[in-house]
Design a protein around this ligand. Structure first.
Ligand code: ADP
Ligand code: MG
Length: 417
């Protein structure tokens, strides 16, 4: 009991929160005990705290491997706001010059730094490996650990080098965290990081406040979406399209129809992109029409709908993208338009890629098709995909449960997924 109270006190002291969310306490206790830990928790669940709090409580510096420079900076800034101490959190990545890196190393040597964020490509640099060999490391955290797997939605080859580099720097306990929970990805991560025996903490991936619907894609799609958006006047929504060209075109169509919409894709210049993102966050625009480039790390709690103009390339992507609605726990409507010929188009795009990659791509598409075409509860199928059994007969919040078509044996369809 005493230990528990102590942990809550530490939480309050460092972060100002009164209680832990979900599995946080059990995870943190496991890290503090020096065990390898594997965390599967949906986006927004509070994964960062699972390594931040133990890092502050343990002697030495925790090394956090994280893929995105922008996110890294946000996290470090947030840690510094929480803390009175100078240099408690730092990052090393390609955005820092030599003298900034020297400053970081100096703080670490002096024992001030509890958390060091590094990009995987910086971790593997000889001079950094050499430096880290001399540092007292409390543990390693691998954030966004799905980047290790080709079955994840954001494969990064550098992530495969993490384990060998850790062995070189010096073995310490490991915590890996991801919001990607398919059994294949989970297995890849544990194998690649050499943590098959880790304690696994998996939260439910069910988002009960999200409504899932698939609509057939017809020639009328533009008018259908415009009508839908107008029925949600003043509310925030995201429309995902597959191509940059479509993003531009459809944003223009919406504007011509009196809707406050802006485009977002990786081909736009970065100033324009961040202006549009800010306009959406500050509610100067109601709708953002975007490719999947939009969303990673964006936390707008009151997005009320996500529309997929084109069917996504994987159910994983679909789950992540729809998951950006209703983050405040309020309503989130997720409507995807599906035409079989879109799948064929996606398959064509993959030609010319390495065969192994094509095979993976096709398998992911098949799973998406099965989801789109099923008459079983969408939530049940989606959660099954993540290795989770949803036991309710009727979720009451998807098209198939609210408007049952005909009775099909759920087992048959699930085995096809
Ligand atoms: P994830 O990485 O799982 O997507 P984050 O670590 O970014 O999630 O946390 C999401 C939000 O939850 C953040 O705003 C964070 O401050 C908040 N949060 C985390 N833990 C707690 C807690 N115990 N109590 C209240 N808010 C929390
Ligand atoms: Mg995170």
């Amino acid at each position: 009991m005493a230990k528990k109270d102590n942990l809550t006190e530490e939480l309050k002291k460092h972060f100002g929160f009164d209680t832990f969310k979900g599995n946080q306490r059990a995870i943190i206790e496991n890290v503090l005990a020096g065990n390898d830990t594997f965390v599967l928790m949906p986006t927004g669940g509070g994964k960062s705290l699972c390594y931040q709090l133990p890092s502050l409580m343990m002697p030495g510096t925790a090394i956090v491997i994280s893929p995105l420079i922008a996110l890294m900076k946000n996290q470090v800034d947030a840690m510094r706001n929480f803390s009175e101490e100078d240099g408690v959190a730092h990052f090393i990545n390609s955005s820092l010059n030599k003298s900034a890196i020297d400053q970081v190393k100096d703080d670490i040597r002096k024992g001030r730094t509890k958390l060091l964020y590094v990009a995987p490509e910086s971790l593997t640099k000889d001079e950094n490996v050499e430096f880290l060999r001399q540092v007292n490391i409390s543990f390693y955290a691998v954030d966004e650990a799905h980047c290790i797997s080709e079955w994840g939605h954001d494969f990064r080859p550098e992530y495969r080098r993490i384990r060998p580099i850790i062995n070189e720097i010096g073995k310490r306990p490991l915590i890996a965290l991801t919001a990607t929970a398919t059994p294949k990805v989970q297995h890849d991560i544990q194998k690649n990081l050499g943590m098959i025996d880790a304690s696994v903490f998996k939260s439910s991936f069910n988002r009960s406040n999200l409504y899932y619907e698939i609509r057939p894609k017809t020639a009328n799609i533009d008018r259908e979406i415009i009508k839908y958006i107008k029925s949600k006047e003043g509310k925030s929504g995201i429309i995902y399209c597959l191509s940059r060209k479509k993003v531009e075109e459809f944003a223009d169509i919406l504007k011509a129809n009196g809707i406050k919409a802006l485009p977002y894709h990786a081909g736009m210049d970065s100033q324009q992109r961040s202006n549009n993102q800010d306009a959406f966050l500050m509610e100067k625009a109601d709708v953002i029409v975007a490719t999947i480039a939009f969303g990673m790390g964006i936390d707008k709690p009151d997005v009320r709908y996500v529309i997929h103009y084109d069917i996504p390339k994987s159910l994983e992507g679909y789950y992540q993208e729809t998951g950006r609605s209703g983050r405040d726990g309020g309503e989130g409507q997720c409507i995807a338009f599906y035409a079989y010929k879109d799948l064929q188009k996606l398959e064509k795009f993959m030609q010319g890629k390495p065969v192994a990659e094509q095979e993976i791509g096709k398998q992911l598409l098949l799973e998406t098709a099965a989801y789109a075409e099923t008459s079983v509860c969408r939530r049940k199928v989606l959660l099954h995909y993540f290795g989770e059994e949803y036991l309710e007969e009727n979720c009451g919040n998807c098209d198939n449960c609210l408007n049952p078509k005909k009775k099909v044996e759920a087992k048959e369809l699930l085995s096809a997924v």
